[in-house]
Structures are given as C-alpha cells and as structure tokens.
Design a protein around this ligand. Structure first.
Ligand code: SF4
Length: 192
C-alpha cells in the first residue's frame, strides 16, 4: 500500500490535523537550515578591515539578523573565519593553526584586497599575497576596506553556498578543506 492509498483512507479531520502539524523536508534542507542560520564567526582580525568587521556587529548594522553576532573567543566554537585585513608572513602560520582548530563544517571569507591579492602591500617582503594558499576560501570580498554592508552581502553569498551543500559530499568537502594540512608553509606559494 502506497502513501496515496493511506492518505485516501484518512478522514477529512485527520487530513486536516496532518496538514497543520506535519512538515516534510529532507535531511539536507534541515541540516543546511541549521548551519546557515547560526554561522558563528571567530573573534579574529589582522588589520584595518577588522574595524569594519567589528562595526558590523553594532546596532547600526545589526549582524544579529543573520544569527552571526556571536563572535566566539575560541576557534573550537567557531564556524566562520573572516580574514579581515593584511596577513603578514609571521602571522600566516598562526592563522593556519586557528583554522585547523575550528571544527567542521567551517567556512572562510577573505575580506579585503590585502587577503585576496596582497592589496596595497602586494609584493611586500613581509605580507602574504594570496591567503587562499594558506586556508581554503569560500567567499572573496574585495574592497579596501569593504563596508559592513558588503560583509553582509558576502555572508548572504555564503548562506547560498551552504544551502546547496549535501551531506552526501560532506566527506569530500572535509578532505578538500585540509589540502594543506601536512604541507609546511614554506612549500606554499605565499612567498615566505
Ligand atoms: S584591504 Fe585596505 S582596509 Fe583592508 S586591511 Fe588591506 S589596506 Fe586595510
């Protein structure tokens, strides 16, 4: 007996009760809904873009509307690393370590030109030009600095990306996120 036969056997009041109280969804949709509405960023910034990131949590911009106002003081409780500002070669191994300490599923927004291409410090002997060579970046947010509104746009883009994920490919995603784990930073193209 199929679902349709069972449904046809119900009385109209039973059907009404089911329609009011039963919600049918997929595991992916419930899982992604929970993830995208509680993206907790790590309390972490490396330069001036960090000021814009900090101001986005104030009452004027209200990051709480995305469920992301809970900046965590430990990577163990964070889902999102916002690379907010120039990363120096001295700092890069610390950034990689913090990323490694975050539990899966975890995401990275590269905020500002400095973390995407080196920005105004491009070619400097002390600055990492491409932070996506150190940690895997999910969303690139250009600007110098990007505004809080632009940061919100990148969070919305990240939420879109999370909505399309499926638990069936989670293992591949985790593996792709640790591609640099055993590689010393000197072997990466970060011009150390
Ligand atoms: S992109 Fe501009 S604002 Fe952001 S860290 Fe670099 S110099 Fe500062």
């Amino acid at each position: 007996m199929g679902f349709k036969d069972l449904w046809n056997k119900l009385s109209s009041s039973e059907k009404g009760q089911i329609e009011k109280n039963v919600l049918i969804s997929t595991v992916d949709e419930v899982y992604n809904w929970a993830k995208r509405n509680s993206i907790w960023p790590l309390s972490f910034a490396t330069a001036c873009c960090g000021i814009e990131m900090i101001s986005s949590t104030g009452p004027k911009y209200d990051m709480a509307r995305f469920g992301s106002e809970v900046f965590r003081a430990t990577p163990r409780q964070a889902d999102l690393m916002i690379l907010a500002g120039t990363v120096t070669k001295k700092m890069a191994p610390i950034v990689a370590l913090l990323y490694e300490q975050m539990p899966e599923p975890k995401y990275v927004i590269s905020m500002g030109n400095c973390t995407i291409t080196g920005g105004i410090f491009r070619g400097s002997p002390t600055v990492v030009d491409y932070m996506d060579q150190v940690v895997p970046v999910d969303v690139y947010l250009p600007g110098c600095p990007p505004t809080p509104e632009a940061l919100f746009h990148s969070i919305l883009k990240l939420r879109e990306k999370i909505s399309k994920e499926t638990i069936l490919t989670r293992q591949q995603r985790v593996e792709s996120h640790v591609f640099q784990r055993n590689k010393p930073l000197v072997e990466l193209d970060v011009r150390l």
